[in-house]
Write a protein that binds this ligand. Structure first.
Ligand SMILES: Nc1nc(=O)c2c([nH]1)NC[C@@H]1CN(c3ccc(C(=O)N[C@@H](CCC(=O)O)C(=O)O)cc3)C=[N+]21
Length: 281
């Protein structure tokens, strides 16, 4: 069974429309600032998609474009300035960053209150300690949103996350843990990865390697969430999972495109609206 991420995103859009209308009645327009210091095509696509989605919803989104060789101080300054603006409810920093910079190094300049894509290590720490205040990265939040939407049982089940990045693998694992799953995090040095993956009732692929997860990684009936967005030479997009082959064994699977991506965009918007609601309260 293919999970329809676009449909879930449309449901989220419906909820957001009402929340944004309520804010509008109080004279509040949610604002998002996206700091960009990359010319990466995938990242540029995502920024355009965020600005478009924001516009349709009535969220004010603007980008701050920095040179692709901007240093950490310049990026931190842009993030901190945006974060200090009372009309801004969300600040995000696009990846990839200029060579040598890690998101963790600049993300700490985003005030945690407006850290809508969980880039500040403080947000990750709050998430790890079970705080309901911190925003997880939108992509990791999308993984859990999809599982909940599909009523996937998590408590007591085996979840395997392939990938340990601070933006997807690690926060997704923490959120699965909070749902009482028994969580295993795999990575490039995991011995016999297919065998470990095959234990999973819920398998999350967040490695960034095109179609790496094949049918022999998947337990029959497992729910497979594909976080990968890998560009193909002909301009297409494929996930980390060999969707056609895995769909033969999995109970349910998210496609790429049309799976995690559209839900991610909508959850980022939802985080911005949450900040506006909190500030009003
Ligand atoms: N700080 C940061 N956070 C991010 O979350 C982040 C980032 N930087 N840099 C760039 C990548 C890329 N990314 C995508 C999100 C959604 C789709 C998406 O919705 N894709 C559509 C299809 C796109 C197409 O057809 O080309 C889909 O999956 O259906 C793609 C890519 C988030 N990223």
């Amino acid at each position: 069974m293919l999970i329809d991420g676009k449909k879930i995103a449309e449901e989220l859009r419906g909820e957001l429309t009402g929340r944004i209308a309520a804010l509008g009645e109080a004279g509040v327009v949610p604002g998002l600032v996206i700091v960009v210091a990359t010319e990466d095509e995938g990242s540029a696509w995502y920024v355009r998609s965020l600005v478009r989605a924001a516009g349709k919803l009535g969220i004010q989104a603007r980008t701050v474009e920095l040179p692709t060789d901007a240093d950490a101080a310049t990026i931190r300054d842009a993030l901190a300035r945006a974060g200090a603006d009372p009309e801004v409810h969300g600040v995000m920093c696009q990846t990839p960053l200029p060579a040598g910079l890690r998101l963790e190094d600049v993300g700490s300049a985003i005030p945690p209150e407006v850290d809508v894509d969980g880039a500040n290590p403080v947000s990750l720490g709050l998430l790890a300690s079970g705080s309901a205040d911190a925003f997880p990265p939108a992509t990791a939040a999308a993984v859990l949103k999809i599982l909940k939407h599909e009523d996937t049982p998590l408590a007591g089940r085996r979840a395997v996350v392939i990938g340990r990045s601070n933006v997807v693998g690690k926060p997704a694992a923490l959120m699965l843990l909070a749902e009482h799953a028994t969580v295993t995090v795999c990575h490039s040095r995991t011995a016999d990865l297919p065998a470990v993956a095959k234990e999973a009732d819920v398998l999350v692929a967040a490695v960034g390697r095109a179609q790496m997860v094949t049918a022999d990684y998947v337990k029959p009936g497992a729910v497979v969430i594909d976080v990968g967005t890998n560009a193909t030479p002909d301009g297409g997009l494929v996930g980390d999972v060999d969707t056609a082959a895995v769909a033969e064994v999995a109970g349910a699977i998210t496609p790429v495109p049309g799976g995690v991506g559209p839900v991610t965009t909508m959850l980022l918007m939802s985080h911005v609206v949450t900040v506006a609601e909190r500030r009003r309260a």
